[in-house]
Design a protein around this ligand. Structure first.
Ligand SMILES: C[S@@+](CC[C@H](N)C(=O)[O-])C[C@H]1O[C@@H](n2cnc3c(N)ncnc32)[C@H](O)[C@@H]1O
Length: 278
């Protein structure tokens, strides 16, 4: 069952997927803001009560995700300051003692805490600092998880350091009588500066809390390979699935909200149309 959209509570839909078949799971569930999230293209409930209630809702769903994750697969959990500390403890527990067979997994299942700094957003914060980042926890099933190192374009500091250019156009620097070539770019670290979607951006479908395609393409490229199955069990407008499709992965999207699935279907249809006309 791949390249499909499912309207359901992910708890039910995940039970129908093949165990161990998914290489990458990205989830961007409601953050427990206490309010209904609304935008012109839809709305969804985002109030679960206390942190304990939120975790009690999430835990069986993440357990169901672990069942379908492959032994070399990764899970990325997107949240913010409200629930992040509770989510982290839950993930530590679930990834060390698997719900499947209760086997202890080797250490190293926690990979990174990624800070997504989005820049734009609320401009008034009252008597505290403005909040300008979300957290994405990366956990892997085993130390052999798929990892494709990514590089960003060279920084101004790198260009300054490697200021000489050889006859082939390669930049280098001289030190201790030796010549050092500039690396292809700056290795990606765990703080990602990616702007939120601009009001007039082509990718905007105006689903509440729609995430930028650039963010999802980075995650898909980092932790999966061409042909792998990428799953988003809280897919909303389908950003992860569009990223997966554009990068040659297979995809599965689940959302409890039929409006979300309709938007995701239309977006994926557009991707296919553009591929057809290229
Ligand atoms: C933060 S939004 C996802 C936004 C998405 N990443 C995007 O870029 O459009 C969370 C989504 O989770 C869905 N959702 C909430 N509870 C769910 C459940 N139990 N199973 C599946 N989807 C659920 C909501 O309908 C909502 O679309």
């Amino acid at each position: 069952m791949t390249n499909c959209l499912i309207v359901a509570d992910c708890l039910d839909a995940l039970a129908r997927l093949k165990p161990g078949s998914v290489r990458l799971i990205y989830l961007d569930p409601p953050f427990n803001t206490g309010a209904r999230r609304r935008a012109s293209a839809g709305s969804y409930r985002d109030a679960f009560g206390s942190p304990a209630h939120y975790i009690a809702y999430m835990r069986p769903r993440v357990e169901a995700m672990l069942r379908v994750l492959s032994p070399d697969g990764s899970l990325f959990f997107h949240c913010d300051w409200r629930m992040s500390h509770h989510v982290r403890l839950m993930l530590d527990e679930l990834f060390c003692v698997s719900s499947v067979g209760r086997a202890r997994l080797p250490a190293g299942a926690f990979v990174n805490e990624i800070v997504w700094r989005y820049g734009l957003g609320a401009a008034r914060a009252g008597r505290r600092l403005l909040t300008k980042h979300d957290l994405i926890f990366w956990y892997a099933r085993s130390p052999g998880y798929v990892f494709n190192p990514l590089r960003e374009p060279p920084t101004p500091a790198m260009l300054d350091k490697y200021r000489h250019v050889d006859e082939h156009g390669n930049r280098y620097m001289n030190a201790h009588g030796k010549r050092y070539r500039m690396p292809a770019g700056k290795l990606l670290d765990d703080v990602w500066d990616i702007p939120t979607i601009a009001p007039t951006a082509k990718e905007r479908v105006d689903y509440p809390t729609q995430k930028p395609l650039a963010l999802l393409k980075r995650i898909v490229a980092l932790a999966s390979n061409v042909g792998d199955i990428v799953l988003d069990p809280f897919c909303g407008s389908g950003t992860t699935l569009v990223a997966a499709r554009q990068l040659g992965r297979r995809w599965i999207g689940i959302d409890i909200n039929p409006q979300a699935i309709e938007i995701a279907r239309a977006r994926l249809g557009q991707v296919e149309k553009h591929r057809g006309t290229r």
